[in-house]
Each structure stands twice: as C-alpha cells, then as structure tokens.
Design a protein around this ligand. Structure first.
Ligand code: ADP
Ligand code: MG
Length: 678
C-alpha cells in the first residue's frame, strides 16, 4: 500500500546515498519531497523587448535567420553566433563554449533561448536552448546542496507526483474550501512546483498559506482545550451587586472598551475553567482600573489577589492607584518589594498566610519561597513580556490553579498575539478615555536643542513639568550614567536656580530613585532627566513635555512607551524627538512617530521594519516560523484561519464528521502524533 509517509527510498533512482543527501534538505518522506517548494521561479515567460532590463535573464523566442557560426579561440574556447528575428528586430545571440548546440539550431526555425540581455547592444548571451515546444513558462528553483542538483530534484519530484499524486489528500473541510474558494490540495501542491501561469501560482500559494495558518491555529486551539481540561480552575463566585457598586463608585465612567474587557475577564473568573488571558491596551487606556475591578471581584468572593510588576517604581504607583480606588477598610492592600524592611516583610508574609490581606502588589519579591498565600485566586502580571515564563509560573503555583491575567502596554500587533500567544485568550482595550488631547510630536535636529529648551522653559514657567530622556547606551552602563550626568549638568545650568532639575538612572539605589520620583510628583523638581527607567507606567499628569535625546536609538514601540508618560492630564502635551539619523530607516522611524499616536499602528510598523524575531527579542521569540506564510503580510489570512479553527473546536466531536476526515488525519501525524481525539 502506498502511503504519503513512505520513505523517499521507494522511488526509483533513490539509493542510500541519495536518501542521505535528501535528508540534509529535510526531506525524508514522499510528503516532504512534494511539499519541498521552490523558493522562486525562473520566469521564462516572454516579455516585450522594451520591457526587458539590461542584464536581466529572459527567454526570447524568435526565428533563426542564419545558420549558427562557431569560432574557436584560445585554448579549448569557442563561441557560437546566430541572429534571431523577434518583433521586427534582429538580435545577436552568442553562446560561449557550447559549440554542440550547432545541431539543435536550424535556420528558418523557431527557437526559444534563455539568456542574459544586453540592452545597449541588443544582444543576448545565451545560457540554454529551451526548444520551441516548451510549454513550461516557469522553471522552479530550489534550495539544494552540493550533493544534489536542481535538475535531479525536479526529476525526483516529478516521479513522486506521478506515483503518489493520488495519495495527496484534502485536509481542509469542504465547507472552508467553498467558502474561501480555495484550490484543492493536490492541485495546489502540484502547481507550487509547476504552475501554468502567474495566476495559478498565486492561487496555489494562497491556498497553502491558508492551510499552514489553519493547521497551526487548530493545534493552538487544541492546546487550549487540553489546558482547560487539565487545569480545573478556580471558580470565583464574586458578588455581582457589590462589584457593580464598586464600579459605580469610580471617579469616572468606564469606556466601552473597558466594559467589554471587564466582562470578558469576569466571565472567565466565574467559570470553572482557568483563566489564561492577555489584556492589551495602549498606554493610558486604563488597564489599572480593569485590574482593580478583577482584584475586587476576587476579594468579594473570599480570594486573595496578587499583582506583579517589573519595577519598584511601578509597584509603588500601582499601590497608590489601588489605594485611591479601593476603600481601605474594605480591601486590604500591601506592597512587597526587594526594599521592604525585614520587620514589615515579616508582618506582610504573616498576613498573607493568614488571609488578613486581600491584595498584594509587588516585584519579583512576590515569588520568593517563603511567600505563601491563604487562598490565592487571581494572579495579574503587568508588562508580562518582562517576566520569564518560569517567574510567572512560580507565582501561579502559589495558589491552587488561580486565574491568570497578563497585562501589557506594549501593543503587540494582533498578528503576533494570535501566533505567539495563540493558546491564550486576548482582550484588547482599543479606546482611550474621552477628552484626552493627543500628544503633539515633533522631530528636531541636535542643533535645535537650545531653542527647544527655551520652549520647555516657557512650559515650566506656566506651571508644567518636563522629562528629558537620555539614550540607553547598551554596551556600557557606566557610559550611560556619564551621558545622563552630562545632560543633567547642561540642563542644570540652563534652568537653575529658577527651576529645579533632578536626575534618575538605573544605577541609583532603589531608595534614592523613589525619593527623586517623589520629588518630581510633588513638583519640587520641575525637570527630570532620566534614562529609560521611567519607561513603564510612571504617572505624573502635570508633566506636559518630553524631550528624547538621540531618539533614533530607540525602537518605535519603546519611543511610544516613553511618550506615553506625557499627555496624562488636561493640558496639551508635546514630545520632542532629538536626532540626526544617519540612514533612511532612522528618518522613516522619526517621521512615523510624528504622524501617529496609535500604539497598535506603531507596533505594526515596528514589526514590518524589524521583523518578528527582533520585535520580541531573541530571548522570547516564541514566534513560530512558517514555510510559506508571512505573519505580517498575510495577517488577514491568519485571523481568518484562527476564527475558523475556533469555530471547529466549538463543536464537541467535530472529528467524527466525514468532512473533517482529512483534517483529523493531518493533525494526527508527525509532531502532533500524541493527540487523542476522544
Ligand atoms: P494604563 O495602565 O493602561 O496605561 P492607567 O490605568 O494608568 O492606564 O490609566 C491612565 C489614566 O486614565 C489614569 O489616571 C486613570 O485614572 C485614567 N482613566 C482610566 N480609565 C478612565 C476612564 N474610563 N475615564 C477617564 N479616565 C480614566
Ligand atoms: Mg498601567
């Protein structure tokens, strides 16, 4: 019985050696072979003469005017010449060292020649005679190695098709094929190698990209199902009326987007399944309030909540926000960080263990061994991409399958979210609270800094405050500090004694950092010179201006995060990007920043410019690699594929239906072999 998973060794002409060299290309089975797609085609479709670029490789068909003439020169060198009539033009064709072609080329016959075009001389340096009955307009070009030639690979693929074409089964359900007008699989796989024309090639590609994304999403959904089945989560039966009362007590009305995500989160918490949700929202979109509501819900059901953040400054700030939102008699909140004093720490640990405390906000200090909870029901991590998977897991294990919410202000493009985090549910706050005045961003050159500082002085004289951000010098932290110190001194001279300038950088002890932040919040300091330590979450609504030095050293997403520190109050805010970018990419980035304040648009641009691997950083690029699909260019396909996969998994025993037979078979081979459909 023939099987698509047969080894390539069954093919004629494939012996042990060839098996080995094919294996080096990743080809083991017949399926591997026929899905080893060319990375490009030699486009041998005919073009008009005036469309051909100088030195372009093309195919010219025409009438041979004269018998080819061969001339010999040098040692074993020869040249074959003839003239070709095409579109009323006479073209000189020359082949080097292929005298044997003389017999193939006859005067007054049509011939197709593949070669390199010389536009000036109207001449073609021939590389290959294609004959006249050639009907393959595209020649597939594969990645090969030294042991196997293009031509050999093409031959093997053809043989595989002739013997196994019948074995290529359809793995997409009929419903999807007709809904999205997708080409059938056997036809598509064949056309990837030997397309009739451009259109067919594009359709084949479209179908296979869909298939690739769809299968990926089917597996993601399966993971989710499995996790839900294993992880019997905590059912947090909060008091709906109390929760409504709390929401009404807030100093503002929630935005529609906040209401929507709050509902999504609350539904997860009430359900028996474990919540595993990512909450995305641009800076200032109001995630903290949503977190507060979730924590309140947990508390009202008798559970404790933990909120873990990456920096002490941010932890302090969250504590402050929560204390403002909660009634302190009702919800008992504590702060636990690396600089919590020993005595205080001991008290907090006791109260967590006895259940006296409802909510704890903190840094990595939360995941230390001796931190135990009475009844941990909800774990929230802010800026989740800054924590490793393990750190998040440790916190989660401090409860009995607590619900988990990840928050991020780095607007991960939806594309990436649904690939890299495909197994999580995603909630998005895609709306800012009303009445925000958009930040005006300007790009200035280094030479204009002093003019800009005069502007800053005016703002400060009007009672506002300002940030000046120094670039991070990756190679050396001490350079970083030196740089920041220099800028600080320059500003000090410029502003003092009228206004006070402060300096904040990563090398300072935590306590000193906090003291400086506090002084800035109280408007004791009017100008804060800082490295990127203030990137996440800092909230000083009175700050209306930010100047970012050497702005082209930052990524778009990071610039956006930094910029989000202003525009948090009622006054108009400005962001000045100081940079003299050396290349076009740098200029382009500055321009984009001045054109949009939409974090999602920016991160999509960032993704386009840097590629998914870089976007996430090598550390956490759990971004899968696809053979054909490109998650940036084909993101719409990816979205559709996800929706389809979700819908299918909503049917409890979908795999029993005949139209899914191929899909079931596909998902049950290879890496995913251990899935059981029951
Ligand atoms: P994020 O954490 O998403 O960056 P925050 O939660 O810090 O945003 O909210 C930014 C500011 O907007 C805070 O001062 C907060 O009180 C305020 N805010 C949040 N939601 C609303 C709302 N619906 N209407 C008005 N102001 C809001
Ligand atoms: Mg926040």
């Amino acid at each position: 019985m023939k099987n698509f998973q047969d080894s390539v060794a069954v093919l004629k002409g494939v012996g042990a050696k060839r098996v080995e060299s094919l294996q080096e290309l990743g080809i083991v089975t017949i399926e591997d072979l026929v899905t080893y797609y060319p990375f490009r085609y030699e486009d041998i479709q005919e073009k008009q003469l005036n469309e051909i670029q100088d030195q372009e490789k093309v195919v010219l068909k025409g009438l041979v005017i004269n018998e080819p003439v061969v001339s010999y020169y040098g040692f074993k060198k020869n040249r074959l010449n003839f003239r070709l009539l095409k579109e009323h033009a006479v073209i000189n064709v020359t082949f080097f060292n292929q005298a044997f072609l003389k017999n193939k080329i006859q005067a007054s016959e049509e011939v197709a020649v593949f070669g390199k075009w010389d536009a000036k001389r109207k001449a073609l340096t021939g590389m290959k005679i294609l004959g006249t009955k050639n009907n393959e307009d595209f020649e597939p070009i594969y990645h090969v190695n030294k042991k196997i030639k293009q031509a050999t690979l093409v031959e093997l693929i053809k043989v595989a098709f002739s013997e196994y074409y019948e074995e290529i089964y359809e793995d997409l359900p009929a419903e999807l094929l007709s809904k999205y007008q997708l080409m059938h699989r056997p036809e598509a796989v064949y056309a990837m190698h030997f397309p009739k024309d451009n259109e067919q090639s594009a359709l084949a590609r479209r179908r296979l990209i869909f298939e690739e994304f769809f299968l990926f999403q089917m597996n993601m959904q399966r993971l989710k199902k499995q996790e839900q089945r294993i992880g019997k989560g905590t059912q947090i039966l909060y008091d709906v009326e109390r929760l409504k009362g709390f929401t009404r007590s807030l100093p503002f009305e929630l935005t529609q987007a906040q209401k929507r995500v709050t509902n999504e989160i609350c539904r997860d918490m009430r359900s028996k399944q474990m919540m595993h949700r990512l909450l995305q929202g641009d800076v200032g979109s109001g995630k903290t309030v949503v977190a507060a509501i979730a924590l309140y819900a947990a508390m009202s059901a008798g559970y404790q909540g933990a909120l873990m953040v990456p920096t002490e400054i941010l932890a302090e700030q969250h504590l402050e926000s929560l204390n403002q939102l909660f009634n302190p008699l009702e919800v008992r909140v504590a702060l636990l960080t690396g600089s919590t004093k020993a005595k205080e720490r001991r008290r907090i640990l006791e109260e967590l263990e006895s259940g006296m405390l409802d909510v704890v906000v903190g840094t990595h200090a939360l995941i230390q061994k001796d931190v135990n909870f009475h009844r941990l029901g909800l774990v929230i991590t802010d800026e989740q991409h800054r924590f490793g998977v393990n750190q998040r897991k440790i916190l989660r294990e401090k409860g009995a399958n607590p619900d988990v919410l990840f928050m991020t202000a780095t607007p991960i493009p939806r594309t990436l979210a649904i690939t890299a985090y495909g197994e999580m549910d995603v909630s998005v706050i895609d709306e800012l609270p009303a009445g925000r005045i958009p930040i005006e961003t300007r790009w200035i050159k280094t030479q204009q800094v002093d003019t800009a500082l005069s502007w800053m002085k005016k703002e400060v004289q009007n009672g506002s405050q300002a940030y000046v951000i120094c670039p991070l010098i990756e190679e050396s932290e001490s350079m970083d500090v030196k740089n920041a110190t220099e800028i600080y001194e320059h500003l000090h001279q410029f502003f003092e004694p009228e206004h006070r300038v402060g300096l904040l950088h990563g090398k300072m002890p935590a306590q000193e950092k906090e003291a400086i932040m506090q002084k800035f919040k109280e408007n004791y300091l009017q100008i804060l010179v800082s490295t990127t330590v203030i990137e996440v979450g800092v909230n000083v609504p009175n700050a209306t201006m930010m100047m970012i030095m050497d702005a082209d050293r930052f990524g778009l997403a990071q610039l956006h995060q930094l910029r989000g520190r202003v525009g948090r109050g009622k006054k108009a805010s400005y962001c000045l990007l100081v940079s003299n970018p050396k290349n076009e990419l740098g200029k382009e980035r500055m321009k984009i920043m001045t054109e949009t304040t939409d974090g999602f648009k920016l991160s999509e641009k960032d993704l386009e410019m840097r590629g998914p691997g870089e976007f996430f950083g090598a550390r956490q690029s759990g971004v899968p690699q696809f053979q054909l699909g490109n998650i940036v260019e084909d993101y719409q396909v990816l979205e559709v594929a996800r929706e389809c996969a979700e819908k299918i998994w909503q049917q409890p025993t979908w795999w029993q239906e005949p139209q899914y037979a191929g899909l079931k078979q596909k998902l049950a081979v290879g890496e995913a072999a251990e899935i059981y459909f029951d």
